[in-house]
Design a binder for this molecule. Sequence first.
Ligand SMILES: Nc1ncnc2c1ncn2[C@@H]1O[C@H](COP(=O)(O)OP(=O)(O)O)[C@@H](O)[C@H]1O
Ligand SMILES: [Mg+2]
Length: 252
Amino acid sequence: MTAKNPSQPNGAVIHMDGIRKVYDTGKVKVEALRGVDLEVQDGEFVAIIGPSGSGKSTLMNLIGCLDTPTGGTYRLSGELVAGLRKEQLAAIRNRRVGFVFQNFNLLPQITSYENVEMPLLFGGISRRKRRQRVEELLDRVGLGERMHHKPTELSGGQMQRVAVARALAMNPDILLADEPTGNLDSSSGGDIMELFQELWEGGRTMLVITHDAALARRAPRQVEIRDGLVVRDNTNGSTDLMSDSIVDRPID
Ligand SMILES: Nc1ncnc2c1ncn2[C@@H]1O[C@H](COP(=O)(O)OP(=O)(O)O)[C@@H](O)[C@H]1O
Ligand SMILES: [Mg+2]
C-alpha cells in the first residue's frame, strides 16, 4: 500500500487523537465523542458500527470536515484540520472527501448528469473535462443510460448510485457514507455495498457507517462506537471475533 501523501510518515489518511465533541445547545451539553483515537490508512475499507446515538454521524461529520472537534487533534491526509478557516475547510471537503448520505441528498430539480457535475463546477473544472468525468462516473455506477433522468424518475438504489458518482467526482482521497443503505431494500442495499467493495478494490479508501450486520461484515475492518468511544476495532483477519460478538448482536 502506498501513501498518497508522503508528508504523512505512516501514510494515514485519517489520524485522530483524543477527539472530543461537545454539542452545547445552551441548556444542555451533549458529549457526543469522548476521546476517539482512530487511524485509517490509505486504501482501507472500514465499517463503523454502533447503536443509535453512539456518535457515529458526529464522527463522520468531523472526519469529513463538516464540523470541527471540541478537543483533540485531527489530521486529514497529513493536514492539521484544527485552525483552518471556513473557506479552507470547504476546499478540503470538496477535494479530499466524498459524501454519501442515507437520504441521497440529490437536488431533485436537476438531472443525474447535473447532480454529478455540481462538485466539478464548484471545483472550477473545465466544461470539456466535466463532461468526460460525469459520463465516465455515471457509466461506472451503471447509470450511463439514465444520465438525463431526474432523481424522481429513478429508484432509490439508482439515486444512491448517482450520489456515489457525485461523491467520486473530484476524485477524493476518501469516500464517507453515513447509513448509505438505510433507505434501500436489501437487494439494492447489497448492490451499493458491492459497488463500495469494487471501489475499494480499485484503491479507494472507504468509510461506511452501517448498522446492518451482514453489510458491515463485508468490510475487512469494523470499528464499533459506543457512548462516544471506540470500544472495538477489528482489523483484517479477526473473523471469528467478528462473526459472533460484534456484528451479530443487535446494534441499533
Ligand atoms: N447538532 C446536535 N446538537 C446537539 N446534540 C446532537 C447534535 N447532533 C448529535 N447530537 C447528539 O449527540 C449524540 C450522538 O449523535 P450522533 O452522532 O448523531 O449518533 P449516531 O449517528 O450514532 O446515531 C446523540 O446524543 C445526539 O442526540
Ligand atoms: Mg447517525
